[in-house]
Design a protein around this ligand. Structure first.
Ligand code: FAD
Length: 380
């Protein structure tokens, strides 16, 4: 049984956020700006955040040329521009909130590698620049084939496109800076707190967490609860339009004299690599086995890791000796379209989920919009 003191002082909050990834912490910080005196609690099931936010590639991206062309197959031009705008606003908010130094933000530019099979994308470069120019103020994409030799890519790369509107950050430092900002703002964070159910009561939502040492469930209460559990939302609210998508990543040991700087994509963004501390971080390949990677289990795919190894040797580092140091996976969330889900779910419960492969870019903006929705709406 909980003690009198625990019941009186530990269970009731103004706002509870479930999920301690970039969206959960951004939502908490946006709520804090609106409610300086409110009690705000983040419940995170992992010892560390355990989804995508500490496992990604740290690209600060608005989208590559072939990714935007692919988006235009399923979205209107206005929707595509809106999504690029959201990515830009999110990155601006993250940088303003934490500072470039704290998050290791650098604008080394980004590049897309174009193989023979994708040369047709170049025919659309001017059109896509025209589409985005009113938003960006200048051209997004320009050809820079002369730099292929400078980076030393393999012969299958026929063209290179640069984008001056993208950068990179240090994912670990950015997440630590978010945690520090939350703690400094009086936001409580409880880790190891796996929420198993949420129950609507008339004046609040009850949030249940197992308390293994006393062998019972603890119910926290708040008038407003934000669900920021991204790919794992289905466990709390089955049936939403959210599917998990696992991403595989490898990192090499430091490579002396590495010439690659900046962030790079190819194949509609399905592959991505960058330099970090003199190493190459390389991830992607989910499209090789969409069914197998539609999972929220953190594990390796031999098929995809073998593909990544062969592309690393054949395309990215064809003339360089390297050793793979280790690999990991992270879990993203996708739906029938690319737009994140930001909505009121029930009287006291709100959702900010389904970030796709863009959460570093859009996460802070999603948190802001979710906090604004929680502020503007009353319980039903
Ligand atoms: C390999 C990889 C590379 C990526 N690269 C990039 C990139 O370069 N640029 C980019 O913009 N995006 C990238 N992304 C996507 C980006 O990382 C995600 O979109 C973003 O981190 C999602 O943030 P989130 O807070 O919504 O979700 P998450 O980071 O998944 O956070 C959700 C949190 O909720 C917690 N949780 C879940 N269920 C419960 C529960 N029941 N109780 C308590 N806590 C719970 C989880 O433990 C987790 O910590 C990448 C993703 C991956 C996997």
């Amino acid at each position: 049984m909980l003690s009198y003191w625990e019941r009186e002082s530990f269970l009731s909050y103004d706002h509870i956020i479930i999920g301690g990834g970039i969206v959960g912490m951004s939502t908490a910080l946006s709520l804090r700006q609106r409610y300086p005196a409110a009690s705000i609690l983040i419940l995170e099931r992992g010892l560390l955040p355990t989804g995508a936010s500490t496992r990604n590639a740290g690209f600060a991206c608005i989208g590559s040329l072939t990714e935007i062309l692919d988006d235009l197959r399923t979205m209107t031009a206005a929707q595509v521009v809106d999504l690029v705008a959201m990515r830009r606003r999110g990155l601006r908010r993250l940088r303003d909130r934490l500072g470039d130094e704290a998050i290791g933000y650098v604008e080394n530019g980004s590049y897309e590698l174009i193989t023979d099979g994708e040369v047709v994308a170049l025919d659309h470069l001017y059109h896509i620049n025209d589409l985005l120019r009113p938003l960006l103020g200048s051209d997004a994409f320009s050809r820079c084939d002369d730099r292929i030799g400078q980076f030393g890519f393999g012969p299958s790369i026929r063209h290179l496109i640069s984008n001056d509107h993208e950068g990179q950050l240090d994912t670990g430092r950015a997440m630590r800076a978010l945690i520090a900002k939350c703690l400094h703002g009086g936001i409580e964070i409880k880790t190891g707190a796996n929420v198993t159910a949420i129950e609507e009561e008339s004046h609040y939502a009850g949030v249940q967490v197992a308390h293994s040492h006393i062998g019972e469930r603890v119910t926290f209460r708040a008038r407003k609860v934000a669900i920021c559990t991204n790919a794992f939302t289905d466990k709390l609210f089955p049936g939403l339009d959210i599917q998990p998508g696992r991403g595989q990543v490898l990192i090499t040991k430091p490579i002396p004299g590495l010439r690659i700087k900046g962030v790079f994509h190819f194949d509609q963004g399905y592959y991505y690599f960058r330099e970090v501390d003199g190493r190459i971080l390389f991830g992607g390949g989910r499209h090789l086995d969409f069914d197998g990677e539609r999972t929220d289990v953190f594990a390796h795919s031999a098929l995809i890791l073998s593909d990544l190894r062969s592309k690393l040797a054949g395309i990215i580092l064809p003339h360089t000796d390297f050793e793979i140091d280790y690999t990991w996976s992270g879990i993203m969330a996708f739906g029938s379209d690319k737009v994140p889900m930001i909505q009121q779910h029930s009287p006291h419960v709100y959702l900010g989920v389904r970030m796709g492969g863009m959460g570093v870019a859009i996460g802070s903006e999603v948190g802001e919009r979710l906090a604004s929705l929680m502020t503007d709406t009353c319980a039903w």
